[in-house]
Design a protein around this ligand. Structure first.
Ligand code: ATP
Length: 372
């Protein structure tokens, strides 16, 4: 399922050069984006980058100052919110406190004036779909947070929108429930064959659920790609730092031989460039990124064929499934590297301790070139 790689695939949603300003603030800046049918699309970015504004324009709650928004190839820029086949689920859920679960879910259908029997049948089916059967008579204040979230979801889905917009859908839930609900949302989206666009602060959530995600900053899209590509091949330093942990190494290129480049101020040694990365020449300034889990830690010096550098352990954080180790390279004023170790075996004795002299090593493929 990769319609974004198929030039013949017609997108469900298209933003064309869309700009939205609030006074002096440009919330969305000449942004173009296509989202495909059945896609689970996540928008990620720092607070104030324009995520919610982008979504609200799609729902029709805000009007773009420039550009067009198309749905199924038709310009909907001037179509009012209730006439769009788009529904939005808010972080606050916005449930009616005085209405029962059943009436909350039925509300939109009643307003449309559908026959009673059809409303009852659709509400009933939706209650089953979100595992709330038997709770239709309760009021929202008689439900848990997770159940309220499912009522809000049912209310948004019962109108059978082509596109569901979810603004921080799991933000009000605790960690464990949030993780479970992520998979429920993915199942629901796949089963109903719907298109979801979710806005979230939580990058793990975006990575878990999304077919593709977009990283935004200052009203612009920096990168749009499946989560693994965003993580393993970030297009810029901003994306690399925003998604996941990263060690950044800056230096001047001293030699280029085929795909292999060498940096002047080791600790880096040699980096292998991917084909799609820009070429560089000796003398160029370069930033290289190295994810903490790509680095191996050892007491003995590693052999040939890997990048390696010596350091001293400054900190060890035990996290259960993994251990995060901070290693100082190049003396007290040097550079602190983060290394994450997976705790594969169940053992009480620890292989590394504070102040241990250690070696960091990594394969040439591990380094990511992030520009100058
Ligand atoms: P967050 O993650 O904090 O919700 P966001 O990425 O969703 O942030 P937006 O809410 O889209 O960001 O806001 C983008 C920019 O536009 C911000 O600078 C914000 O202050 C501004 N903005 C948003 N709505 C309005 C408004 N109604 N009036 C004035 N400025 C606004």
């Amino acid at each position: 399922f990769q319609p974004w790689n198929d030039p013949a695939a017609k997108p469900l949603v298209e933003f064309r050069n869309v700009t939205k300003r609030f006074g002096a603030v440009t919330a969305v800046d000449r942004l173009s984006l296509a989202i495909h049918q059945r896609e689970f699309f996540a928008l990620l970015g720092p607070s104030g980058c324009g995520k919610t504004t982008l979504m609200r324009m799609l729902a029709g709650f805000e009007q773009p100052d420039e550009g067009e928004i198309l749905l199924d190839g038709i310009d909907i820029t001037a179509v009012p919110p209730h006439k769009r086949p788009v529904n939005m689920m808010f972080q606050s859920y916005a449930l009616f406190p005085h209405l029962s679960v059943g009436d909350n879910i039925a509300y939109g259908l009643k307003r449309e004036g559908l026959p009673k029997a059809e409303i009852a049948a659709r509400v009933e089916a939706m209650l089953g779909r979100v595992r709330l059967k038997g709770m239709e008579k309760r009021r929202p204040d008689q439900l848990s947070g997770g159940q309220r979230q499912r009522v809000a979801l049912a209310r948004a889905l019962v109108k059978q929108p082509k596109l569901l917009l979810l603004d921080e859908p799991l933000g009000a839930l605790d960690k464990k429930l949030r993780e479970e609900t992520q998979y429920e949302l993915m199942d629901l989206q796949a089963d109903l064959g719907l298109t979801f666009m979710v806005v979230t602060h939580d990058q793990d959530e975006a990575m878990t659920m999304a077919d593709r995600m977009a990283v935004m900053d200052h009203g612009r899209l920096l990168q749009i790609a499946p989560p693994d590509l965003i993580y393993e091949a970030p297009s810029s330093r901003f994306v690399a730092e925003f998604v996941g942990d990263i060690n950044l190494i800056e230096g001047k290129v001293t030699a280029v031989e085929g795909d292999l480049i060498t940096l002047e101020n080791l600790p880096v040694g040699v980096i292998e460039l991917d084909e799609d990365q820009p070429s560089c020449r000796p003398g160029d300034a370069l930033t290289v990124g190295l994810r903490p889990e790509k680095i191996a830690l050892s007491h003995d010096e590693p052999g040939q064929g890997v990048n390696k550098v010596a350091g001293e352990i400054w900190d060890i954080g035990y996290l259960g499934d993994m251990t995060m180790v901070q290693v100082m390279v190049g003396g007290d004023e040097g550079k602190l590297f983060k290394v994450s170790l997976t705790n594969r075996t169940r053992r009480i004795e620890r292989p590394f301790a504070w102040e241990d002299k250690v070696w960091l090593s990594w394969d040439v493929e591990a380094g990511m070139v992030l520009g100058s």
